[in-house]
Design a protein around this ligand. Structure first.
Ligand code: FAD
Length: 369
């Protein structure tokens, strides 16, 4: 028998049960809302941990455990001599226990396929659709991250390349790349960490559109949050922020330092095109390749919001409000955790808490009104 669709009436529906959704839920609950009744968190994942469950095995957060915490509960320290950078599994375990600790009743797997206005009343309810469950809500918080939207740039010859192409989001480990000629594209932390791993088994070429920027060895992710805030402040005050480090700067985690010491961390300018057997630069130089790994970042996963016609441009949504996360064209919708455009360092473990707190505070104020 086909189960009859579930209909939930909520004050707030949070879409996404990764760190951004959990941090928002933490503050809603702390403000007195009941998880699973006043608010519900719908998550497409089969298990807790957000995208941390899907990242490659060797990934090390660029910030030590004690500086990667969500509101309310410090991430348990990772007593590893290598600068306290925990493995990815430690983050998944923390997020799993965080959900339990605060009884956040995340409902999964429920992939939201659309958000619609129930009627023309601007104070009316929004309908959040998934297969088999509809939630109606006064307020919706979207916290769906970026993992579902890997960014693939387009270069001439991509279709003709006879080798394998994968995005960083599809990379799991260097297994299967032994003895190959591998080109790694991108100048951020993903590229540096994947290059560091792959260069231990394969002949690697690293290409970037601009020279990579490294943080000093003894400076880790903690500095990035401070500089991310400094950058946002400089931007908002119209000051020059070029010199201020950003989240794209490479943190010298142990694996990346080892690669540098081995001479594997040498970036070349970006190639102009791909050929059937490799890559080629404008001056005619060619490099044979078996695999190209595109570490070219992500875009916000907002396809479930298409029906609201928010048109923010650049794959984003125009936001404002005291929290800086309220959708201008749909004030019942908030966006949390997507990056600096919805709050400084909001796409990081240490940074999402402030944005979640400001959003929950504004939402609670609206519910009370
Ligand atoms: P996610 O973790 O992606 O969670 C979003 C959740 O929403 C997922 O569970 C997903 O299943 C769900 N979802 C998506 N669409 C829907 C839908 N339509 N309906 C229902 N549910 C949906 N940050 C750091 O602080 N330190 C680091 O070292 C660090 N390293 C990173 C390395 C990589 C490779 C990447 C990609 C990011 C890294 N980040 C790091 C940045 C950031 O912390 C992560 O991207 C983090 O996963 C963002 O959390 P989130 O909750 O916003 O999104």
């Amino acid at each position: 028998p086909i189960a009859s669709p579930v209909h939930l009436d909520t004050q707030v529906t949070v879409i996404g049960g990764g760190q951004a959704g959990l941090a928002t839920a933490f503050y809603l609950r702390r403000a007195g809302l009941t998880a699973g009744e006043d608010f519900v968190v719908l998550d497409a994942g089969d298990a807790p941990g957000g995208s941390w469950r899907h990242m490659w095995d060797g990934l090390r957060p660029f910030s030590p455990s004690t500086y990667s915490s969500l509101p309310g509960w410090m991430m348990p320290a990772w007593d590893d001599s290598r600068l306290g950078f925990p493995p990815r599994t430690h983050v998944v375990d923390y997020l799993t226990r965080y959900e339990e600790r605060y009884d956040l009743h995340v409902r999964r797997p429920h992939r939201v396929t659309g958000v619609a206005r129930a009627d023309d009343d601007p104070e009316g309810r929004l309908l959040v659709e998934t297969v088999g469950l509809t939630a109606s809500a006064r307020i919706v918080v979207s916290a769906t991250g970026t993992w579902d939207r890997p960014f693939w740039p387009t270069y001439p010859g991509m279709r003709d390349f006879a080798g394998r192409q994968l995005h960083a989001s599809q990379y799991r480990s260097p297994d299967g790349l032994g003895g190959q000629r591998v080109v790694v594209v991108g100048g951020g932390n993903s590229a540096a960490q994947i290059l560091a791993e792959v260069s231990t088994v394969a002949e690697t070429t690293w290409v970037t559109t601009r020279p990579p920027r490294y943080l000093p060895d003894d400076v880790d992710g903690r500095a990035l949050f401070a500089t991310a805030r400094a950058r946002i402040r400089a931007l908002s005050e119209g000051r020059d922020h070029a010199g201020v480090a950003g989240l794209g700067d490479i943190v010298m985690v142990a694996g990346v330092r080892d690669a540098r010491d081995r001479g594997a961390l040498k970036a070349q300018p970006m190639f102009a095109r791909l050929t059937p057997t490799g890559v080629a630069w404008a001056d005619g130089t060619e490099q044979a390749a078996d695999t190209v790994i595109w570490c070219t970042g992500f875009r916000p996963a907002l396809s479930h919001l298409t029906g609201l016609h928010l048109h923010g441009g650049g794959g984003r949504v125009a936001v404002d409000g005291p929290s800086g996360t309220r959708a201008i064209r749909e004030p019942r919708l908030y966006l949390v955790g997507y990056g600096d455009w919805v709050g400084p360092a909001s796409a990081t473990l240490a940074g999402v808490g402030q944005s979640a707190r400001d959003t929950a505070r504004e939402v609670i104020g609206r519910l009370g009104s």
